[in-house]
Design a protein around this ligand. Sequence first.
Ligand SMILES: [Zn+2]
Length: 466
Amino acid sequence: MTILIKGGTVVGPTGPYPADVLVDGETIAAIFAPGRGPEGPEVIDAGGKYVIPGAIDGHTHMQMPFGGTEASDTFDTGTRAAAIGGTTTIIDFAIQRYGEVVQDGLAAWHAKTADQCHIDYGFHMIVGGVDDDSLKAMDQLVASEGITSFKLFMAYPGVFYSDDGQILRAMQKARDNGALIMMHAENGPAIDVLVKQALERGETDPVFHGLTRPQELEAEATSRAIWLASVAADCPLYIVHLSASKALEQVKAARDLGRNVFAETCPQYLYLTLEDQLGAPGFEGAKWVCSTPLRSKHENHRADLWQGLRTNDLSVVSTDHCPFCMKDQKEMGLGDFSKIPNGIGSVEHRVDLLYQGVVDGKLSLARWVETIATTPARMFGMYPKKGIIAPGSDADIVLYDPAGRTRISVETHHMNMDYSAWEGWEIDGKVDTVLSRGEVIASGGTYTGRAGRGKYVPRGLSDYLI
Ligand SMILES: [Zn+2]
């Protein structure tokens, strides 16, 4: 079946231009000057709309086990919500726990996703135990499984934590096989001391989650990761969920030296704060407990992060979607903030929340598309199959209506959460139509996709490395 998307403004990483887009089957067949496309195919009127590549969320945790519970979105509910919000590919984190065989961890994630996803998906691999076997497994995953990025943790001692020697070994391996090391950069052992001291003082409210994870411990870990990567012959390094000005300074300094250092931030750090959300009265703040934590509005974090997005010191915006309900899940931390499951759910709202940055004059249209679609595709080895409107690419396309309006609420969202971290937020724009591999799966508020239509995307190496 062929579809002509007619009369819209195509937006790519080089900026907006008027064009008609011809979709043939699952791929984009051609791009025409306005009105020059063929007669005959089904037409979607894109007049007044932006035609952008389907967004790619490079950081999600669907149904992830954490702290005795499991993230509340399944691959079914989470990828459906993502699709409705204009995201047509996610990269989730498969997990190898300490003592487990890496390939068994990966197989578990393939089992969880089989016949469940509404959109295409790939995996990063969390390496929870760096040893001879898991290092060998990294080679196999890069060579044969389409997994080219590995996440390590400088936080969470006793869970996912790797010490500096383990990190260095994994980095040396990645330098050899071309993979990207993704880092949760917070100094976990130091944070654990602060958490224990706070609890001993009777400081149990959610806000202390943020106050016991000061930005210095994110900046220190970020810096240490950058230096370790330097020792590993400039192993490519990608800092996940960067939240703080001082951490950004470390990334900026490395990038100014031409190093293979990249970073992402997330919508929550661009908009929400320690005082206004995490510090909400009573237990309310639990809704915004995530790591890295929300930062103080009295410092310059949000403005610095927006600037970092403009200057490319921050390359990508992902969600770190890791939803937990208040009831029975976040409530596990009543009376002890350290027991609140860490995570915020935003997979449905990232395209809108970043578009608001365009409306507010903080990002260009081109940079909006780059940070939510094109760069993640290139960073994680899915380009040009994903992340661009170009002949031969998958027809993952979103029609975005700048005259529309989106109001975010638990009453209307599609994520499996009993609250919204963005309750009442209004966006000056709206996702109008979503195509995934040539199939219209959402249009004008009606969803027509289905679980199981999403396919696993084996990934190549990052485009950004020489
Ligand atoms: Zn995460």
